[in-house]
Design a protein around this ligand. Structure first.
Ligand SMILES: Cc1cc2nc3c(=O)[nH]c(=O)nc-3n(C[C@H](O)[C@H](O)[C@H](O)COP(=O)(O)O)c2cc1C
Length: 275
């Protein structure tokens, strides 16, 4: 639960908002979101994450026309090393879901924003600044750019359950009856990801779930930002899975222990397990 709202409903409700209404966010709401940053930063990957509110218009800060009308952003930094990107993804998504619970729109931005505008404010120190998000009320009418971006990324489209979740090995699609575990995976499936690539793959072996990242050619070895954008997506998957499990009372927790399974596809990298 976040602000007395079901995390499942918040995950289902969240969508990228790229066009914002003129109505500014009330100061109390921004203070409430800011007050949540410390809790949001906690993550099971031991990554040191911090957030800041950044005041300024989308035009001035620089979002290359992707975001319209936003007046406030939040941005995060993470200390370099270990599972920094997974921890960042987990933490940032918690902040996104909190804003969703406040009735505010957000949009993960990992690429289409002027990093220098934000590093000037957050001043990373042995840290990455992987992403920022506008925060505000969604406008009723979307701009043409938003419609095009959404169509280009196939916005709401997601891979089918059996395409990303596997039973025992890396080939047999997983089928689950409705229930807590199926719901947790469903919340992973509908999560946001960079360019909507949905790199998460899960292999269920007994009561343990192993999460892998299926690297996309576009992102693999991309050194443009100095970090792997798709590892953030795995952090988002961990966040959705764990928050849903807590809500439904499914026992278990996140552990990092590569089972080194045979026949793992070359382009897949082990990330973490749930047991
Ligand atoms: C790590 C990450 C980086 C992203 N970077 C951008 C970005 O730079 N620009 C943008 O317009 N959307 C960005 N997105 C938003 C995705 O395109 C979006 O989440 C995806 O298409 C699914 O659509 P939805 O969020 O509406 O469900 C990013 C999402 C994630 C998770």
């Amino acid at each position: 639960m976040l602000l007395n709202q079901s995390v499942i409903e918040l995950i289902e409700k969240r969508t990228s908002v790229r066009t914002y209404d003129k109505k500014p966010v009330e100061a109390e709401k921004l203070a409430q979101l800011k007050g949540y940053f410390g809790t949001a930063a906690e993550n099971p990957f031991h990554a040191k994450v911090r957030f800041e509110m950044v005041e300024g218009g989308s035009g001035k800060l620089g979002t290359y026309g992707f975001i319209k009308g936003a007046k406030t952003f939040f941005a995060g930094c993470v200390k370099k090393g270990g599972m920094d990107m997974e921890g960042f993804g987990y933490a940032f998504e918690k902040a996104v879901l909190f804003a969703t619970a406040q009735g505010l729109g957000t949009c993960w931005l990992g690429g289409t924003f002027k990093r220098a505008s934000f590093t000037a404010i957050l001043k990373p120190d042995s840290e990455f600044l992987p992403a920022v998000s506008p925060v505000g009320y969604a406008a009723e009418k979307k701009t043409l750019t938003e419609k095009m971006v959404a169509a280009g990324a196939g916005a709401r489209k997601r891979k089918r359950f059996g395409e990303v979740f596997f039973d025992g090995d890396f080939k047999k699609p997983l089928f689950l009856e409705e229930g807590p575990l199926q719901k947790c995976l469903e919340m992973v499936r509908i999560g946001p990801s960079a360019s909507n690539k949905q790199p998460w793959r899960v292999v269920k072996r007994g009561n343990t779930l192993h999460f892998y990242m299926a690297a996309d050619k576009l992102y693999a070895g991309n050194t443009l930002y100095g970090f792997c954008m798709q590892r953030i997506d795995l952090g988002i998957a961990a966040c959705h899975f764990e928050l849903t499990a807590k809500e439904l009372g499914l026992p278990g927790g996140i552990v990092v222990a590569d089972p080194a399974l045979a026949d793992c596809p070359d382009s897949w990298t082990y990330s973490f397990s749930w047991r």
